[in-house]
Write a protein that binds this ligand. Structure first.
Ligand code: ATP
Length: 366
């Protein structure tokens, strides 16, 4: 197995910049997920890595090998597509063995590998069936099997679960995670689904507008987003954003919103702005928090959703909706005024213009 390195990778289609200066190192055996909304450039990045698309500029390395100009079949990569692309007239066994037959491997080796792969994926009983007689989940496994059988250096996945229903997506997701552990393989996986990214990736690459917005482990990205886009894209229910006005006093500065005041050190980059946007995750808005909480304000309950173990509450605050995710709450009614509290360390501050995160200076307390 090998790692992957993308250096200053760019791709333009006419005057559309699909991928803009992507730099990424994937370690040997790592599972990296490229995630972002439709059109953000994730598929084009993956296709360049596979060799299915030429780069406009930049270099691609697999291990220490520069493969930028190498033909796809010589890159030792296997790709699993959303459509699975199985041969409809071939059986599962023939689909699995096809790449080895083309490579003119001996018959007994092909048969042995088909059996091994069928066992890994638990599809031994399906080997004589044709794809039309398989469920979506079974087809997906065969598509993965066709990738595994070639023993590639790198596995690429392009939205491989999007044709499955929600329940099957969840089980197949955990099967792929186990498969990654078992094969200890380098995998690059593309999805628009942030839950898939969070649950599957050792690291996540969040993309938007052809640009890498942030690279990190799922929790680094969730807890410490670099900008408003990343904060809003990762997390469900989505993070709450509040507009606040900055007032600078003699020794401190304050971000004011809805009658509340968030004290910031004067050295905080927010002090040089007139306004900021505050971000608070739904689980960090606390209902009736009691005294001693960092910031508190009054809001009104709009709706209450009981999900059993947890409760989602929508609040109205100055005409805007805020979402609270709490443990089970049984005594809240629509229209009820509530006090809401947030611990200071759970408030993220963003520039209202370019959306960049405004972090407190090193060592300064919020
Ligand atoms: P999706 O999830 O919808 O596939 P994506 O994030 O994978 O989106 P890409 O498919 O990489 O995005 O597309 C990035 C941008 O490049 C988009 O604006 C898209 O319209 C454009 N694009 C992609 N392929 C081509 C092409 N062959 N010709 C022209 N423009 C293209």
């Amino acid at each position: 197995m090998s790692g992957v390195r993308l250096e200053s990778l760019c791709k333009s289609f006419g005057d559309i910049t699909a991928v803009d200066n992507v730099n990424l190192t994937v370690a040997d055996g790592e599972f990296v997920v490229l995630v972002g909304p439709s059109g953000c450039g994730k598929t084009t990045t993956l296709r360049m890595l596979a060799g299915l698309e030429d780069c406009t500029s930049g270099r691609i390395f697999i291990g220490e090998r520069d493969v930028t100009d190498t033909h796809p079949k010589d890159r030792n990569i296997a790709m699993v597509f959303q459509s699975y692309a199985l041969y409809p007239h071939k059986t599962v066994a023939q689909n699995l063995g096809f790449a080895l037959r083309i490579a003119k491997r001996p018959r007994d080796e092909i048969d042995r590998r088909i059996q091994e792969v069928a066992e890994i994926l638990d599809i031994q009983d399906l080997l004589d069936r044709k794809p039309a007689k398989l469920s979506g989940g079974q087809r997906q496994r065969v598509a993965v099997g066709r990738a595994i059988i070639r023993n590639p250096e790198i596995f690429l996945f392009d939205e491989p679960l999007s044709n499955l229903d929600a329940k099957l997506r969840t089980t197949t997701r955990s099967e792929l995670i186990k498969l990654h552990k078992r094969l200890n393989a380098t995998m690059v996986y593309v999805t628009h689904d942030q839950v898939e990214a969070m649950t599957m990736g050792d690291r996540i690459v969040v993309m938007e507008g052809g640009l890498v917005q942030q690279i990190g482990t799922p929790l680094e990205i969730y807890d410490d987003p670099d900008n408003r886009f990343v904060a809003g894209f990762i997390g469900s229910p989505a993070i709450n954003f509040l507009d606040a006005q900055i007032a600078v006093g003699r020794s401190a500065c304050e971000a004011r919103f809805a009658g509340a005041s968030l004290k910031l050190p004067k050295s905080h980059p927010a002090a040089s702005r007139a306004d900021v946007v505050l971000g608070v995750r739904p689980e960090h808005l606390l209902i009736a928090p009691g005294s001693g909480i960092g910031v508190s304000f009054q809001a009104t309950v709009e709706t209450v959703e009981h999900l059993g173990a947890e409760t989602l509450v929508e609040l109205a605050l100055d005409g805007k909706a805020l979402t609270v995710r709490s443990g089970r709450l049984e005594n809240l009614a629509s229209g009820q005024p509530v006090e809401i509290g947030v611990h200071l360390e759970n408030i993220l501050v963003f520039d209202p213009g370019d959306g960049q995160r405004l972090r407190p200076p090193n060592g300064a307390e919020m």
